[in-house]
Design a protein around this ligand. Structure first.
Ligand SMILES: [Zn+2]
Ligand SMILES: [Zn+2]
Length: 156
């Protein structure tokens, strides 16, 4: 479960871990497709001043298309993520702090994980850093070799 009761933290840090299915509503609207469930593991602790820090890792695999040649690509997501939650109104404008409902003891890490994954993942993956892409003229995959358009006698 990626949800916990903050009262449980009074006796010390708490493991907060879980799995988000690719179809989980938390990923809706991101335009990302995950190949398999996303593993989320971490530990939540109280930092004082009504703030809570979750330190963890996210593991998953995204599938998409190479931005240049449209080949299917898989992008591993293996990130260490720190999430700071606070109900302090003075921190509300700080983009690195996730707001906490002061009236609730419940905290759900999933939405913050969604935001962090979205920030870290390029919406335009490449199959490889030096992908040559497709010929703008004939559409040939230039990774497979030069196309006819680049033959002798042509200037472009
Ligand atoms: Zn490519
Ligand atoms: Zn061509």
């Amino acid at each position: 479960m990626l949800r916990l009761n903050l009262r449980d933290l009074r006796s010390g840090p708490v493991d907060v871990r879980g799995t988000l299915e690719p179809t989980d509503s938390v990923f809706l609207g991101l335009g990302l497709s995950f190949e398999k469930p996303v593993q989320v593991t971490g530990v939540m602790q109280e930092t004082g001043d009504g703030a809570f820090l979750w330190r963890g890792q996210v593991h998953g695999t995204l599938t998409g298309e190479c931005r240049r040649c449209l080949t299917g690509v898989k992008v591993d997501v293996n990130d260490d993520i720190d999430l700071l939650f606070s109900s302090d109104p003075e921190l509300a404008a700080d983009p690195s702090v996730y707001p906490l409902d002061a009236d609730s003891d419940e905290l759900d890490v999933a939405h913050a994980v969604r935001e962090e994954v979205a920030l870290r993942v390029s919406p335009f993956p490449l199959c490889r850093p030096d992908c040559k892409g497709l010929c703008a003229k004939c559409g040939a995959d230039l990774n497979a070799g030069p196309c006819g358009c680049t033959g002798a006698g042509t200037t472009n």
